[in-house]
Design a protein around this ligand. Structure first.
Ligand code: SF4
Ligand code: SF4
Length: 374
């Protein structure tokens, strides 16, 4: 058994509140209410424990972290204790004053999500009229403030054909990096899988577009792009392996090895009120459960990739097979591979409409976050 290293990064999910309603949202089906969120002092304590544990970066995320009025306080605290602060945001309510406060507090990087390059489609996927215009405005502000900008693009059947335009948009916005992520099918995204899963032809065209853009934009834009699990032969090392690189704290203080792990029913994830991050990282049964290779079934147990991909994603294994301890069906060696291959037939049928989650901000309503701040 290899020694457990400290985590590199903390995903601080400050809230589940969000003005958008993306049909692939990876937040849990049961969202935390605002009244259940950790308060400012608790978050500061968590950040301090993370720094002591060895964490180097904190990603302030959600939901939409801008709905937290104490965001600049938390960014400042992170900077003061030596954590690199990154904001992952939809950008909807970012204005010049708010950004200036965050920069002054020590924010070092912004990741801004875009649902599509094109206005009408972007607003439709986000589930909010005016979202795309607000995002472009936010991107301009970030660049004017001199912060490095990463554009996050979650791609799927209904926007993958526009990936070339998304790349051009990232360049036009002055982004340093474009992270193209295929939808992961658990949580709310699993409900919308038939509407979101791309076809093989779409995927091949997108791969060609990315390779051409990478050559053309070398030194201008870094493009992160990997094949989606449903079309891959081998899984990715999800989060760098369970309990190896990352930890995630939910709005209510639950500590998880990845943001989707709450979908796994049989694991008892401790909260920051019950134990320190260090105790949870090194000693909790939930983090031990799928760490390393001892838990692995065949064919992983005797496979020479077992310490490369760590058996793939536990949440995907559970979503497809009902058992988180199975080999990820994204692997062609998995005995459950047919479950994933069968789902690909959806991509050849007519796409159904999106099933949107009912948040308090409905499409067409003002993107002001007043109701979300309550
Ligand atoms: S921006 Fe979209 S994916 Fe992110 S939390 Fe909001 S609804 Fe979910
Ligand atoms: S059998 Fe397991 S360890 Fe081997 S490639 Fe497949 S998922 Fe990875």
């Amino acid at each position: 058994m290899t020694a457990v290293e400290p985590p590199l990064a903390l995903l601080a999910e400050l809230t589940h509140r969000c003005p958008l309603r993306c049909p692939y949202c990876s937040n849990p089906l049961e969202l935390s209410r605002a009244s259940a969120e950790l308060d400012t002092e608790s978050w500061k304590r968590v950040l301090g424990e993370a720094a002591v544990l060895g964490v180097l970066q904190v990603h302030f995320s959600g939901g939409e972290p801008l709905v937290r009025r104490d965001l600049a306080d938390l960014v400042r605290h992170a900077a003061e204790i030596g954590l690199y602060g990154n904001l992952i945001t939809s950008g909807i309510s970012l204005d010049a004053g708010r950004l200036a406060a965050l920069v002054e507090a020590g924010l070092e990087h912004v990741q801004l999500s875009f649902q599509d390059a094109e206005m009408v489609s972007g607003d439709r996927i986000a589930g909010l009229a005016g979202a795309q215009e607000a995002k472009r405005r936010a991107a301009r502000l970030v660049r004017e403030a001199g912060l490095p900008l990463t554009v996050n693009a979650v791609v799927h059947r209904q926007n993958l054909d526009g990936l070339g335009e998304m790349i051009e948009l990232a360049v036009a916005l002055g982004a340093d990096r474009l992270e193209v992520a295929h939808v992961q099918y658990y949580g709310w995204a699993l409900r919308n899988r038939a509407a979101l899963l791309p076809s093989r032809d779409q995927l091949d065209a997108a791969t060609v577009a990315v390779e051409a853009a990478r050559a053309r934009l070398a030194g201008v834009l870094v493009i992160d792009y990997v094949l989606p699990d449903y079309y891959a032969h081998r899984p990715k090392a999800c989060m760098g392996g369970w309990g190896r690189r990352f930890l995630n704290v939910t709005p209510a203080g639950k500590v998880l090895p990845c943001h989707a792990a709450e979908t796994l029913p049989a694991l008892d994830f401790p909260t920051v009120a019950e134990a320190s991050l260090s105790d949870i990282w090194y000693r909790s049964s939930a983090f031990e459960r799928f760490r390393g290779t001892d838990w692995m079934p065949e064919p992983c147990r005797s496979c020479d990739r077992r310490e490369i991909d760590w058996g793939g994603c536990r949440c995907q294994a559970f979503a497809l097979t009902g058992d988180a301890a199975r080999t990820d069906p994204a692997c062609t060696l998995s005995p459950d591979r047919e479950l994933l291959v069968g789902a690909r037939k959806d991509a050849d049928e007519t796409a159904p409409g999106f099933v949107y989650r009912q948040h308090s901000a409905a499409p067409g309503r003002s993107p002001q976050l007043v109701s979300l701040m309550e």
